[in-house]
Design a protein around this ligand. Structure first.
Ligand code: NAI
Length: 340
């Protein structure tokens, strides 16, 4: 049911089997919203990923073109395109990992909250498909507002009886990627050598970079701490304003999504010590969902790490975050019950 003629479809199937026999660890990955600003570069980067044997690209528009284009790349993954709701089930069947950047992006003046009503409906439909066709897949949810779309997805999976909290991961990697970049700039280091834990949520003051836990160990003046915290929390707005009506972060987001998806796939393969930040169901704080460092393994987020010691500045931000989060979650609970 994908977009190739039948003869080519068969040869693609043969190709996928033959590559799997070749011994390559091959995971099946679907991208939902693959024709969008994030989806396209994300699809391109996943086609390069050697852990991917089959790549399904689903969107409600333009997947034939994106699929044809990406399928010409001479890398291992076999690419198939799926267009529109009637093809959603075929896109999802058999997938190990589903990455969701479907939805509308933020426009200038729009808050992540404004996106909620549109994106919640989209995420709900897609997650109903996942519950039906690949209930064991790991889900990487990118669609904003992540603080609310993840609780919505959890409700959909609970209703379907397929909810595994370890396998539902809100993608906050862009906050970490930005934090590493901005901190490296201040320290005069290569960003690849910097590791900044970013915890909390994925909107404004709910984003809490733990600058006291940066690796390599370092210290910041109060002025640097405030500058960095503010820039990391408002990195999304910086891009929205610079793009001036032409969308939000897409290229850096695609990079961050691939960095995170690759970590999930290495975990699924059984690699030891794969640790990244993600927004997950959590008991680390009183909040039901919270981003923190998680260890990724065969079952998804197998271990969720405690926050570690916070300094006075971070404790203050944590209290603020806590208050804001209660609003977010309260609202999303209302909307979840309203949607159902
Ligand atoms: P975009 O508008 O360029 O692309 C979204 C794609 O989703 C479009 O191709 C659209 O056709 C597709 N889509 C819409 N409804 C769909 C449905 N029912 N099923 C499948 N696909 C559907 O938007 P962009 O810039 O790619 O952003 C996508 C989402 O990612 C937005 O919600 C945005 O706010 C969010 N985002 C998340 C970030 C994060 O750090 N988690 C960072 C940046 C953006």
């Amino acid at each position: 049911a994908h977009l190739y003629p039948p003869n080519l479809q068969n040869s693609c199937l043969r190709q996928a089997k033959c590559r799997a026999k070749g011994g390559a660890a091959g995971f099946k990955v679907a991208i939902l919203g693959a024709a969008g600003g994030i989806g396209q570069p994300l699809a391109m980067l996943m086609k390069i990923n050697p852990l991917v044997s089959v790549l399904h690209l689903y969107d409600v528009v333009n997947t034939p073109g994106v699929t044809a284009d990406i399928s010409h790349m001479d890398t291992g993954a076999v690419v198939r395109g799926f267009l529109g709701q009637p093809q959603l089930e075929n896109a999802l069947t058999g997938m190990d990992l589903v990455i969701i950047p479907a939805g509308v992006p933020r426009k200038p003046g729009m808050t992540r909250d404004d996106l909620f009503n549109i994106n919640a409906g989209i995420v709900r439909t897609l997650c109903e498909g996942i519950a039906k066709c690949c209930p064991n897949a790991t889900v990487n949810l990118i669609s904003n507002p992540v603080n609310s779309t993840v609780p919505i997805a959890a409700e959909v999976f609970k209703k379907a009886g397929t909810y595994d909290p370890k396998k539902l991961l809100g993608v906050t990697m862009l906050d970490v990627v930005r934090a590493n970049t901005f901190v490296a700039e201040v320290l005069g280091l290569d960003p690849r050598d910097v590791d900044v834990p970013v915890v909390g949520g994925h909107a404004g003051v709910t984003i809490l970079p733990l600058l006291s836990q940066v690796k390599p160990p370092c210290s910041f003046t109060q002025e640097e701490t405030e500058y960095l915290t503010n820039r990391i929390q408002n990195g999304g707005t910086e891009v929205v304003e610079a793009k001036a009506g032409a969308g939000s972060a897409t290229l850096s987001m695609a990079y961050a999504a691939v960095k995170f998806a690759d970590a999930c796939l290495r975990g699924l393969r059984g690699d030891a010590g794969v640790v990244e930040c993600a927004f997950v169901a959590s008991q680390v704080t009183e909040l039901p969902f919270f981003a923190s460092k998680v260890r990724l393994g065969r079952q998804g987020a197998e271990e969720i790490f405690q926050l570690g010691p916070l300094n006075e500045y971070e404790s203050g931000l944590f209290c603020l975050l806590h208050l804001c989060f209660q609003d977010w979650l309260g609202e999303s609970e209302e909307r979840v019950s309203w949607k159902h």
